[in-house]
Design a protein around this ligand. Structure first.
Ligand code: UDP
Length: 240
């Protein structure tokens, strides 16, 4: 809650890969439960949280394309994968006693509402978590870009990018280069010109053009969602 007593609104992007746990594929309920507990805790404290989840634990269109599949069709498979992650998160949020709604960019009335921005905002105002599934509903986009677009459309104050395996943005891949150095803060332009792996370029330019701050942080470190919402110095902050 900010100084004027207004509830603060954030868009939390969760990496699909993180949902797989150690398995690499599918959903590890223990991981989803842990993430749901942390989201529930910040919602109870008064934050408004909308979520976009990736689908890397099921399919990535670009990877299927390398193996001979049509890109657009495999991107649709990727988008459908994200919806399974959304349903898993919704289930664990419910177990925590937090109301949520899944809204998908590809309509599937039996499992989710369609994406209706004004309704999403109403849900948030009522203290519900809104989980956006199926990306933008369009091939050739990513869930990072979806997260930036949804954050802008619902007027979130920041994009919180929860990563799997890294705790911020580095000048080299920390997994292969032990001397890689983490940035505490970066400007959008640096991310783009140095081709730093924050999110894809479409997502970063969208944030830059609309001055939406991005906090890149390690999703699976206990308490990090809370720290991100409270603006503690974790991860890497990308702004102008
Ligand atoms: N995707 C898409 N359009 C979108 C969002 C996602 O085509 O608007 C597809 C794309 O194939 C992508 C896959 O869904 O590879 C899974 O999303 P992403 O790779 O962003 O997931 P993450 O890496 O964040 O888990």
């Amino acid at each position: 809650i900010d100084k004027d007593g207004k509830r603060r609104r954030f868009l939390l992007k969760l990496s699909g890969e993180a949902f797989a746990g150690g398995g690499g594929l599918g959903v590890d309920p223990d991981v989803v439960h842990k993430v749901a507990r942390e989201i529930a805790s910040v919602v109870r404290e008064g934050a408004e949280i909308a979520v976009v989840i990736g689908g890397g634990n099921f399919f990535r269109g670009a990877e299927l394309q390398l193996r001979g599949m049509d890109r657009a069709r495999s991107d649709y498979m990727g988008m459908l994968g994200t919806v399974m992650n959304c349903l898993a998160l919704q289930d664990f949020l419910e177990k925590e006693g937090i109301d949520s709604r899944v809204q998908t960019a590809i309509t599937m009335g039996q499992v989710a509402e369609p994406y209706i921005p004004l309704r999403a905002v109403r849900h948030l105002e009522k203290g519900r978590v809104v989980i956006f599934g199926a990306g933008m509903g369009m091939p050739y986009f990513s869930t990072d870009t979806t997260a930036a677009q949804r954050a802008l459309e619902i007027d979130a104050e920041a994009l919180l990018l929860g990563k799997n395996g890294v705790d911020g943005v580095y000048d080299a891949d920390p997994a292969t280069n032990p001397s890689a150095v983490k940035f505490d803060a970066l400007e959008y332009g640096e991310v783009i010109t140095r081709d730093l792996k924050v999110a894809d370029a479409t997502a970063v330019t969208l944030c830059r053009d609309n001055k939406l701050p991005i906090l890149v942080f390690g999703l699976l470190t206990e308490g990090n969602i809370d720290r991100a919402v409270k603006g503690e110095k974790i991860g890497t902050l990308v702004s102008s």
